[in-house]
Design a protein around this ligand. Structure first.
Ligand code: ATP
Ligand code: MG
Length: 353
């Protein structure tokens, strides 16, 4: 069943934590809420879970309106950042907790616990207490516990953020594999863009209680609609537009720039404010080169980073706006202080609002 969120508003006193949020989560999909600290991700997840009451708007699961249904009857599996296992219960009893509450009979419960422990590859840890397990193991038990009662959706709030980098990457793959295998609708909150890009079918980028953009990882990377999204997902050079240009034409630092594509093939935002270009799309030529979308610039710094070299450039007409270029592998690397021609290919420029 699809989850349908319409016009949600949540206030804490004077603060509007959710400001008219609407979105659709398709059955079986993996959706990430992504955004900086305080943007409302956890609040949105808690309202969906029924742990927080909205001040307006509606949430529907298939045909049923969830507003009047208390959290325990919504049948969602929830996993939080901190390992919320019961410290005095073994892994197996933790996994079975929701089943005991639902009064499953003993043999059925034992089968299900075993099935869930196998699913997260921890069958050999069944009799351990949480304090005897690593953080990654505890989060896998928390996942197994959330999945045991066969919930209609899984809600995860930064489940990996307390783990070290290597375990985090392993668990990303494992969670995604479990989610696909069960086909369970999953919403995961994260502030880690790489995690969202790696795991999600659909990413909901949030800022200040509002949705900035919803799209697949590829869409958000290739076609960010706003400077905020462009900057939050990957690296993007943001070039403020010169004021006073005619509609549909763009200029930066006095140089007219051609733009081949616009957001989602439409005319682009009605109030364009900047052009964006990814560092890997910026091309460098010898000073004096001529052609479309070429600016003169000086090399401010050169950082060798192994697989890439990052070059920071100061455009001659707008030296305060840095343009970053990334060169791969064996490309010729300029010297700091060199004067160059920087080309901003028309098909790589994005119009940002
Ligand atoms: N119970 C509460 N009472 C008052 N204000 C709250 C409450 N819960 C959240 N807030 C406020 O609502 C805003 C959104 O909080 P929320 O926890 O949803 O952010 P978040 O995006 O999950 O951030 P983080 O990445 O830091 O977890 C914040 O400004 C926060 O201070
Ligand atoms: Mg949070």
């Amino acid at each position: 069943m699809d989850l349908s969120i319409h016009d949600l508003v949540k206030r804490f006193g004077k603060l509007t934590a959710l400001d008219h949020v609407s979105l659709e989560v398709a059955q079986g999909s993996f959706v990430c809420f992504l955004g900086p600290s305080g943007c409302g991700k956890t609040t949105l997840l808690r309202v969906i879970a029924g742990l927080e009451e909205a001040d307006g708007g509606s949430i529907r699961l298939g045909d049923s309106d969830l507003s009047a249904i208390p959290a325990r009857n919504r049948n969602f599996g929830v996993v939080f950042q901190s390992y919320s296992l019961f410290p005095n219960m073994t892994a197996a009893r933790n996994v079975g907790y929701g089943l005991e509450c639902r009064r499953w009979d003993r043999p059925r419960m034992q089968n299900r616990i075993k099935e869930m422990l196998d699913l997260v590859h921890l069958a050999d840890q069944a009799e351990k207490l949480p304090s005897q397990m690593s953080g990654g193991q505890q989060q896998r038990i928390a996942l197994a516990r959330a999945l045991a009662p066969d919930p209609s959706a899984l809600l995860l709030d930064e489940p990996l953020s307390a783990l070290d980098a290597k375990v985090r990457e392993e668990l990303r793959i494992e969670i995604r594999a479990v989610q696909k295998r069960l086909g369970i609708t999953t919403i995961m909150v994260t502030h880690d863009q790489e995690e969202a890009l790696a795991m999600a079918d659909l990413i909901v980028v949030m800022s200040k209680g509002r949705i900035e953009q919803i799209g697949t990882p590829q869409q958000l990377y290739r076609e960010p609609a706003t400077a905020f999204v462009a900057d939050f997902i990957g690296r993007m050079n943001v070039l403020p537009l010169d004021p006073g240009a005619a509609a549909g034409s763009y200029s930066f630092g006095g140089t007219a720039l051609e733009v081949a594509t616009t957001v989602n093939g439409s005319k682009g935002p009605s109030a364009p404010a900047a052009l964006g270009i990814r560092p890997e799309a910026v091309a460098l030529h010898e000073a004096g080169a001529s052609g479309e979308n070429i600016l003169a610039a000086n090399v401010r710094s050169v950082s060798f980073l192994g697989n890439i070299t990052r070059i920071e450039l100061a455009p001659e007409n707008r030296p305060e706006i840095a343009i970053v270029a990334e060169l791969h592998g064996t490309a010729a690397v300029p010297e700091t202080g060199a004067r160059l021609a920087v080309s901003l290919p028309a098909d790589a420029l994005r119009v940002l609002s």
